[in-house]
Ligand binder design. Structure first.
Ligand code: GLY
Length: 339
């Protein structure tokens, strides 16, 4: 068992990393004794509700299940969950426990931030991606028809409980999603090495990833500077995701995004081919299929199309060296030249 403590402006919370759920009841009991609304998607309900119910035997609890998938990250689900809390007479002394990936986590965090102006939010991230990314840092949101994450709040959890065995049931694509973020962390901080990635000791890479993200979000909880570095590979990655009509996993798209950023960074900083090969070797420590099938023009068009209405520049996270990245604001003409 490992624990990481994260300091947020309004509270300090523990991330507990265990092999299974057998300590969940004790961990919740350490911080809280009220009523719990357990929120699942259909998949996590089928997989984990029996174990979770056993853990919550000594708490008053009720549960609600949402369809699995991005559609549940909506204002409709937001309202449904708020009404569920009100119907079950939840007060400010009670809490929400999210059991799921990023969709359930983001939805529950946002509801917790606004129900009665804020109730406790606890989560069990059940995907590798949500565990190493959205579970800490307090970003919560739902989507609008006009775009993703357009409405939300910064709201820190009170407890994050990771059961590593919950990742055992994940398909390869889901593991790849998490690995894209983990390899990204290796570019931000040397504490994750190629050896760690190849060895694939889940506990080790989860703990190291969370330690890296913790450092960033403690420095810049409200995303005013430093935190933008977490977007490494994501601007290009999101373009590739959209161009592929979501055929590629998020993690693979982030990896493809980092590959492109390595190329762009070499042109921008003028580092040697040896340095570039060292970076590509780090990226290839996980066996991503990195053949980029979209032209620079198409990627560039996708990246710039939305921004062109408001601005003539774009911020990219560039790699000066491994563990040395920086956010660089570039005019479109310069971006075009570098791509
Ligand atoms: N996923 C990026 C962030 O938490 O800021």
């Amino acid at each position: 068992m490992r624990t990481i403590s994260v300091k947020a402006q309004k509270n300090e919370y523990l991330v507990v990393i265990e092999n299974d759920f057998s300590n969940l009841s004790n961990r919740i009991g350490e911080i809280f004794s009220g009523k719990i609304a357990v929120v699942y998607d259909q998949n996590t309900h089928a997989l984990f509700s029996k174990e979770i119910n056993k853990q919550l035997e000594n708490f008053k609890s009720c549960e609600i299940v949402f369809p699995a998938g991005e559609e549940s990250k909506s204002l409709q689900s937001f309202e449904k969950l708020l009404c569920f809390l009100a119907e079950n007479k939840f007060t400010r002394a009670d809490a929400i426990l999210a059991v799921g990936g990023g969709v359930i986590g983001d939805l529950c965090g946002f509801v917790a931030s606004s129900y009665m102006r804020g109730i406790k939010y606890m989560s069990c991230p059940t995907t590798l991606l949500s565990c190493v990314d959205s579970s800490i840092g307090g970003k919560t949101a739902v989507n609008l028809p006009q775009g993703k994450n357009l409405v939300g709040a910064f709201y820190a959890p009170s407890l994050v409980y990771v059961s590593l065995s919950s990742f055992d049931s994940l398909p390869k694509r889901e593991i790849e999603c998490g690995m894209g973020e983990i390899v990204k962390y290796a570019f931000l901080d040397c504490s994750i090495t190629c050896e760690d990635i190849k060895k694939g000791d889940r506990e080790e890479i989860v703990v190291k990833s969370l330690e890296i993200k913790k450092k960033v979000v403690e420095t810049d909880e409200f995303d005013r500077g430093e935190r933008a570095k977490l977007n490494l590979g994501h601007t290009v990655g999101h373009a590739v995701e959209s161009l592929s009509a979501y055929a590629y996993s998020h993690g693979l798209c982030v990896a493809k995004g980092i590959a492109k950023i390595i190329e762009v960074s070499q042109k921008y900083y003028g580092f040697s081919d040896e340095k570039k090969d060292e970076m590509l070797a780090l990226l290839n420590c996980y066996p991503f299929d990195l053949d980029i099938e979209f032209s620079s023009e198409r990627i560039l068009e996708k990246i710039t199309v939305d921004k062109k209405a408001e601005t003539d520049a774009i911020s990219l996270v560039l790699i000066k060296d491994i563990a040395n990245v920086e956010v660089v604001k570039l005019p479109f003409d310069k971006v075009k030249e570098l791509f």
